[in-house]
Ligand binder design. Sequence first.
Ligand SMILES: *[C@@H]1O[C@H](CO)[C@@H](O)[C@H](O)[C@H]1NC(C)=O
Ligand SMILES: *[C@@H]1O[C@H](CO)[C@@H](O)[C@H](O)[C@H]1NC(C)=O
Ligand SMILES: *[C@@H]1O[C@H](CO)[C@@H](O)[C@H](O)[C@H]1NC(C)=O
Ligand SMILES: *[C@@H]1O[C@H](CO)[C@@H](O)[C@H](O)[C@H]1NC(C)=O
Ligand SMILES: *[C@@H]1O[C@H](CO)[C@@H](O)[C@H](O)[C@H]1NC(C)=O
Ligand SMILES: *[C@@H]1O[C@H](CO)[C@@H](O)[C@H](O)[C@H]1NC(C)=O
Ligand SMILES: *[C@@H]1O[C@H](CO)[C@@H](O)[C@H](O)[C@H]1NC(C)=O
Ligand SMILES: *[C@@H]1O[C@H](CO)[C@@H](O)[C@H](O)[C@H]1NC(C)=O
Ligand SMILES: *[C@@H]1O[C@H](CO)[C@@H](O)[C@H](O)[C@H]1NC(C)=O
Ligand SMILES: *[C@@H]1O[C@H](CO)[C@@H](O)[C@H](O)[C@H]1NC(C)=O
Ligand SMILES: *[C@@H]1O[C@H](CO)[C@@H](O)[C@H](O)[C@H]1NC(C)=O
Ligand SMILES: *[C@@H]1O[C@H](CO)[C@@H](O)[C@H](O)[C@H]1NC(C)=O
Length: 784
Amino acid sequence: MKINKRLTASILLAVSVRAEFDPLRFVDPLIGTNNGGNVFAGATLPYGMAKPVADVNGQNTGGFATDGSGVTGFSAMHDSGTGGNPSLGNFPIMPQICPDDVIDNCNFLVGSRAVNYDNASVKATPGYFGLKLVNGIAAEMTATRHAALYKFNFESALANSSGTKPLILLDLTDLWQSRQNATVSVDESSGRIRANGTFLPSFGAGSYRSFVCVDFAGGSVNDTGIWVNNRAGTVAQDLYVTRGFNNFYLEAGGFVMFDSLSSHTLYARVGVSLVSTEKACQNAEKEIPEPTSDFANIQSAAEKVWREKLSPVSVNATGVSEDFQKIFWSGIYRTMLSPQNYTGENPLWNSDEPYFDSYYCIWDAFRVQYPLLTIVDPNAQSQMVRSLVDIYKHEGWLPDCRMSLCKGWTQGGSNADVVLADAYVKNLTGIDWNLAYDALVNDAENEPLEWSIQGRGGLQSWKNLQYIPYLDFDYLGFGTNSRSISRTVEYAYNDYCVSVVGKGLGKTNLTKYLTRSMNWKNIFKADQTSFINGTDTGFVGFFQPRYLNGTWGFQDPIACSPLTDFCSLTSNPSETFESSVWEYQFYVPHDMSSLITTLGGPDEFISRLDYYYESGIADISNEPVFLSDYSYHYAGRPGLSTKRAHSYIPSSFNTSESGLPGNDDSGAMASFSIFSQLGLFPVAGQNVYLISSPFFESVNITHPETKKTATIRVKNFDPTYTDMYIMNATLDGQTYTKNWIGHEFFLKGQTLELTVGSDETASFWGKGVDDLPPSLSLSAQLLF
Ligand SMILES: *[C@@H]1O[C@H](CO)[C@@H](O)[C@H](O)[C@H]1NC(C)=O
Ligand SMILES: *[C@@H]1O[C@H](CO)[C@@H](O)[C@H](O)[C@H]1NC(C)=O
Ligand SMILES: *[C@@H]1O[C@H](CO)[C@@H](O)[C@H](O)[C@H]1NC(C)=O
Ligand SMILES: *[C@@H]1O[C@H](CO)[C@@H](O)[C@H](O)[C@H]1NC(C)=O
Ligand SMILES: *[C@@H]1O[C@H](CO)[C@@H](O)[C@H](O)[C@H]1NC(C)=O
Ligand SMILES: *[C@@H]1O[C@H](CO)[C@@H](O)[C@H](O)[C@H]1NC(C)=O
Ligand SMILES: *[C@@H]1O[C@H](CO)[C@@H](O)[C@H](O)[C@H]1NC(C)=O
Ligand SMILES: *[C@@H]1O[C@H](CO)[C@@H](O)[C@H](O)[C@H]1NC(C)=O
Ligand SMILES: *[C@@H]1O[C@H](CO)[C@@H](O)[C@H](O)[C@H]1NC(C)=O
Ligand SMILES: *[C@@H]1O[C@H](CO)[C@@H](O)[C@H](O)[C@H]1NC(C)=O
Ligand SMILES: *[C@@H]1O[C@H](CO)[C@@H](O)[C@H](O)[C@H]1NC(C)=O
Ligand SMILES: *[C@@H]1O[C@H](CO)[C@@H](O)[C@H](O)[C@H]1NC(C)=O
């Protein structure tokens, strides 16, 4: 072959230009750190256990927020994007300079020690977080798997203070002061602080123990001691606190005071563990051997791991705004903050299986986050599924939510069933499927005594009446006796997922699960109307609560929507969880065809969807909305799903600190925008991705193990998205008219080429009966 020199040069140039593409440039960890996004903004490795950040006294569910509140300390474990109580934040440390070097002049209490930060000083990048407090102390931090390294610079603070000796205190607390009892012990000569304590999970039952080991470098230890309330002493070096009369909470901790700082800088190395104090020290010593010189290396090692994690994906961003790229890459980054890899840190049982934690919660993440990880990090997703199965093996139940070694509250169905089915149909490897199937059958057949933390409630009614009754009579177990409608639709889909795995494994007696998967029909009240402020919406037929005796109760179909009051487990508990009858009416993922018939046919179904969005009933701030956005596919109008996605991105998903419509929920929210931008939307639990047009001219996804590359390419790509409707498509060069595709697309590394245009009604693509995604009752597509 004759090599053309100029061509070679241009290929080399192209290669070097591509080699310089750095996705980290488009990752902004501050997206979603205000307005309730609750995103963790600090330094971490993918799925890392150590997650240092500045903790604030404002929106501190994820530790830090860009809400202008005050910094109360720096702690090394966090969750990301969660709702409810602030999570983790155990054993914060806080640097100060005591006026006139009098220890009691320092502020020890969390209510008095908060210091504002300089807004412009906040810097967050993968593996790094830094800011400057208004008192002049600058803090920077980076992380390894189980340790945090902080660098505190006191230069300008010392210049402005009457004190000369920086002090760092450690507080025996966590972000919501859940500490039950705790011990601190300070080493007088080295300044090492060891602490351990018992805390409560932020959205669950029970308690957990946490351990920390803090070493300092960069200065000489001048004095050490402990503090209780706002008084400190240097004689005692050990302290044990517990909760007293009436759950009385005592603020207390240890401290070290320094002098002779080299370069006005102190380093604090914090090892964390859930096993023991010794393990916390070992983790720190092993992962950060040289605190004074390791910072840059640890930061660049973290960046390298993040680049590698993002490397399976590449996009041609020609013509696409920087903001759209930031939404995309930052989103993928956030999906890998949690679940967290606590392998080797699980004190509850011995196992060679991986142990992941902060499945917070599966109700949020099963829909799109785990399906995303299945594509971009299948090995991690397989480890997470193995961990779920191992939790079943040792605790008897799959979790629905789990954090800090504890069982979290169940929100609806037993949705780990969907996670397992999804892994099964996508052929994730390394999973003990027989054990996994036992776990699924257990969810479907056995009612736990306490179904607020595992399994399902009302199983007797479920089996005998074929729905979850309103005000069920359930003496076999207990939980929040509400959500009869949302539990019915979720249990139905969960049972379908049991049948999917059972079928694949060649199990028998699956008909009952398929039959139960149609139980949603039993709560459909055909003559139910819906009004908004006295005006009839015109739609007839909705899910309604149904009593044990078969007669109907009533819940306004718009109740629990953004037009009314929020409904959660404890606030305003209702027959639908965190969303309305209107929204849950679209949740029959395994038989949308039958649902569409029930609701009056495709045109009526589309009118309902349109009304639901346009009236403000749809709640983009919470996960149940996700699949409904793409439900137009099932009615043969895939372009309308694309149109909806564009109505939310960037209006509800953008690059601002308030750029998320609700809690990010460990990256569940992020995943909605990522899949929308990719042009494929997963139907979790099924081998189905709904095809839409990507926000980029082309997207490549390379399987990290097989290295096969799947490509989605848009012909006539229009970066203004006027031409966003798919007019026709080819798969590996052959005409492709189905509006969905299976996971083989990724495993085989196929190429989907889409031609787009501006007129949805002029397109015939994906609209034919044979083009629709699978539905149980469409005989031509029966999965069985
Ligand atoms: C810092 O940002 C917060 C949140 O946007 C704002 O409330 C506060 O006023 C800002 N502070 C300064 C000094 O600009
Ligand atoms: C600490 O509190 C927990 C939970 O209340 C309790 O189980 C444990 O025994 C206590 N530990 C000590 C050392 O007091
Ligand atoms: C601590 O600092 C004081 C001066 O502020 C000095 O007198 C004392 O010797 C120092 N102690 C140690 C242990 O370095
Ligand atoms: C907790 O801390 C105390 C004081 O340092 C120590 O004696 C005890 O062994 C620690 N517990 C564990 C399990 O590490
Ligand atoms: C990216 O897309 C543009 C516009 O279609 C095209 O000119 C360019 O060659 C593409 N680049 C790559 C690397 O595919
Ligand atoms: C996708 O992969 C193809 C084939 O390797 C390559 O030609 C193309 O430039 C890649 N596109 C992107 C956006 O990386
Ligand atoms: C989780 O941690 C274990 C132990 O450190 C490690 O072997 C495994 O590769 C980690 N998994 C992921 C997905 O990072
Ligand atoms: C199937 O179900 C029937 C009735 O519930 C039961 O008698 C039979 O043992 C089951 N068979 C298997 C293989 O589980
Ligand atoms: C219903 O009417 C009340 C009072 O006029 C108004 O505040 C509210 O926004 C209306 N709600 C809807 C959904 O129209
Ligand atoms: C069914 O039960 C509900 C709730 O207890 C009750 O209000 C209703 O009258 C009963 N209907 C019949 C026909 O028994
Ligand atoms: C796809 O649609 C475009 C625009 O309508 C048309 O030019 C092209 O011929 C079509 N290709 C196929 C394979 O149908
Ligand atoms: C999974 O493996 C089975 C058995 O080899 C195969 O039939 C199926 O097509 C695979 N599924 C995917 C998504 O590749």
